[in-house]
Design a protein. Structure first.
Length: 75
C-alpha cells in the first residue's frame, strides 16, 4: 500500500493554527496528517513546490515555519 499524501487541509490547518498561536490544535492536525502519511517531511513538501517567484517563495517560508511550529518533521 502506498502512503496517501497529506491532504491540503491537513497541512494548511496545522500551519495556520500554529501561526495563530494555537499550538494544541496545530499539533492535532499535524498528528492526524502524519497518521495518513508517516513519511511526510517539510523538506519533501518544499521540494514539490515548483515556483521560483520571489513573492511566492517568501510566503512559503512563513508557511514552512508554521509547519515547524506544528511539529511536522523537517526531514
Amino acid at each position: 500500500m502506498v502512503d496517501a499524501p497529506l491532504g491540503p487541509s491537513d497541512i494548511s490547518l496545522a500551519a495556520a493554527e500554529a501561526l495563530r498561536g494555537n499550538l494544541a490544535a496545530a499539533r492535532r492536525h499535524a498528528a492526524a496528517g502524519l497518521q495518513r502519511n508517516p513519511h511526510f517531511t517539510i523538506k519533501r513538501f518544499r521540494m514539490s513546490r515548483g515556483s521560483t517567484e520571489p513573492a511566492f517563495l517568501a510566503g512559503m517560508e512563513n508557511f514552512y515555519e508554521g509547519l515547524r511550529l506544528a511539529g511536522l518533521p523537517e526531514g
